[in-house]
Design a protein around this ligand. Structure first.
Ligand code: PLP
Length: 394
């Protein structure tokens, strides 16, 4: 029963299941493979610069749309990585994480009644973001290891469709959209006058193929909003620094929303992220991906040995694992029992699907942890079939 003073739009979704599992993991002293945050330190280039900024007096509001140094650093790295010029004064906004970025973009670009395409399984914020601004999320499947059904995407587009949200590399599946797939989606955006809103927070955590930013494809520069941030690349999820690259007119609207939502992202931490972008060379990004590849292999092997079925993620740091080889209970009950009895916390799969039943047989494990902790977690799962045995057969 909702509290009487609460707005109807907040009744359309539940609280975050992912963040809820983190609380449950803490209660049971479980290894938290639920929420995606690292247990290791960020690069010293980043932390030292933030500490120095605080000592040097960078402790008041930054420019609302982002510290000039960070916007310039992002513009330079984008040019170096993708050979595309981005105007730091008119096309970049710094936000409180990609989370605020997505909410600000939705509020700035979607009108009540608009439809927005969201690929499923999805990162759990997109649906609520759509509901908060009165738009209707329309879900289209994107399988973990099969081809994207492009005809189905086309059929989901109606005269009310205004945007599509693309998250590649993907959370929760690790799927990376190929350049060919992105090109077809780009053609659909252009043909139907849609905005592409891309969540590229895992752009540097990629194992197979390459990350192709949608905005680099022909005709997409003027109709793409590119969201990313420092959380995953620099292992600073608690700093809350996200970035948006968008054409000038769209940026203007986004900046208005962002200003009234949060005023700005933390000033000294923006200096730290800028220093990281300036100082870190391609070797850093290569080692980041290699480190995660090693952890991925530990977790995929461990989960398979414990009786799970899963495909090997091509990017990001999650495995979506089918547990029907171990138990027949629901994802929520399985995830809670795994947390309480094995002391390893995953996220119930249903939180990544519009129709919860579609994720009833899967749970998601995050592998953004040190190898030793992942090995410890996998060791706890070894006896899973014996422990859970037939108890789940109900
Ligand atoms: N987007 C995706 C796909 C994520 O997986 C996450 C965090 O797990 C976020 C956005 C949140 O990013 P931020 O910490 O920058 O808000």
């Amino acid at each position: 029963m909702p509290y009487p003073f609460t707005a109807r739009r907040t009744h359309g979704f539940t609280e975050s299941v992912i963040r809820g599992m983190t609380r449950l993991a803490a209660e049971h002293d479980a290894i938290n493979l639920a929420q995606g945050f690292p247990n290791f330190n960020p690069p010293p280039e980043v932390t030292e610069a933030a500490i120095k900024a605080i000592r040097d007096g960078v402790n008041q509001y930054a420019v609302t749309w982002g510290a000039a140094r960070l916007r310039r650093a992002l513009s330079s790295t984008w040019a170096a990585w993708h050979g595309q010029e981005v105007d730091p004064d008119r096309e970049i906004t710094v936000t409180c994480g990609a989370t605020e970025a997505m909410a600000a973009v939705f509020l700035a670009c979607l009108n009540p009644g608009d439809e927005v395409l969201i690929f499923e399984p999805f990162y759990e914020n997109y649906g609520p973001d759509a509901i908060l601004c009165g738009a209707t999320p329309v879900f289209v499947p994107m399988p973990a290891d099969g081809p994207l059904d492009l005809d189905r995407v086309q059929r989901a587009i109606t005269p009310r469709t205004r945007a599509m949200v693309l998250n590649t590399p993907n959370n929760p599946t690790g799927r990376v959209l190929s350049k060919d797939e992105l090109s077809v989606l780009a053609t659909m955006c252009i043909g139907n006058d849609l905005l592409a809103i891309t969540d590229e927070i895992y752009e540097h955590i990629i194992y197979d193929g390459e990350h192709v930013p949608m905005m680099t494809l022909p005709g997409m520069r003027e109709r793409t909003v590119t969201i990313s941030g420092a959380s995953k690349t620099f292992s600073v999820t608690g700093w809350r620094v996200g970035t948006i690259i968008a054409p000038p007119g769209v940026t203007e609207a986004i900046r208005k929303v962002h200003d009234f939502l949060t005023v700005g992202a933390p000033a000294p931490l923006q200096e730290g992220v800028a220093a990281g972008l300036e100082a870190l060379r391609p070797k850093f990004y290569k080692q980041l991906a290699e480190g995660y590849r090693d952890r991925r292999d530990v977790v995929v092997a461990g989960l398979r040995a414990a009786g799970f079925t899963c495909s090997v993620p091509q990017g990001a740091y999650y495995v979506l694992a089918d547990f029907r080889g171990v138990s027949r209970e629901s994802d929520v009950s399985f995830a809670r029992r795994l947390t309480g009895e094995c002391r390893v916390a995953p996220v119930p799969g249903s939180s990544f699907f519009a129709v919860p039943d579609s994720g009833r047989h899967v749970v998601r494990f995050a592998f953004c942890k040190t190898r030793d902790l992942l090995e410890q977690a996998m060791a706890r799962l070894v006896n899973l079939p014996a422990l859970f045995g037939r108890r789940g057969e109900h």
